[in-house]
Write a protein that binds this ligand. Structure first.
Ligand code: AMP
Length: 126
């Protein structure tokens, strides 16, 4: 049970199914800790999703319950993917939505990696 009291991990969520190879994805990177693939509805010229291999619903339970190796492995993977895509010189944005106010749709923790153009304001005004 997540420490936050949120619902338990749903192993039928779409990213869990991608991890198990039940649904295809356009994979860009994989190691022991993370899988990365292109977002199906890109919001920037480069829009990659990076997900941990473990069953974490969101940043809330990942940050509270994942092991130091899982957290370090995941964060290093995000940095490596950005580096491999040559995004460090122009710059990029990473973003994790959490819960309803965060706009999270898929209940498997993921980081969005955006790049390829100037990305504008951090949070657009309505
Ligand atoms: P979030 O709102 O942070 O939960 O973001 C979920 C993201 O997953 C959205 O940007 C979707 O476009 C993306 N998405 C949903 N289904 C797929 C899929 N099958 N393959 C790749 N990306 C997906």
């Amino acid at each position: 049970m997540p420490v936050t009291g949120l619902p338990p991990y749903d192993d039928q969520n779409i990213f869990a199914r991608i991890l198990r190879g039940e649904i295809p994805s356009k994979k860009v990177y994989e190691d022991d800790w993370a899988l990365a693939f292109h977002d199906i509805a890109p919001q920037a010229p480069i829009h990659i999703l990076v997900i941990p291999k473990g069953p974490y619903c969101s940043f809330a339970d990942f940050s509270a319950l994942a092991s130091p190796d899982e957290i370090a492995g995941f964060m290093r993977a995000v940095g490596k993917i950005a580096r491999d895509l040559e995004l460090e010189a122009p710059g990029y944005r990473i973003l994790a939505n959490m819960g309803q106010h965060g706009g999270q749709e898929v209940p498997h923790f993921h980081v969005h990696l955006f790049g390829g153009r100037p990305l504008g304001r951090m949070i657009p005004t309505a």
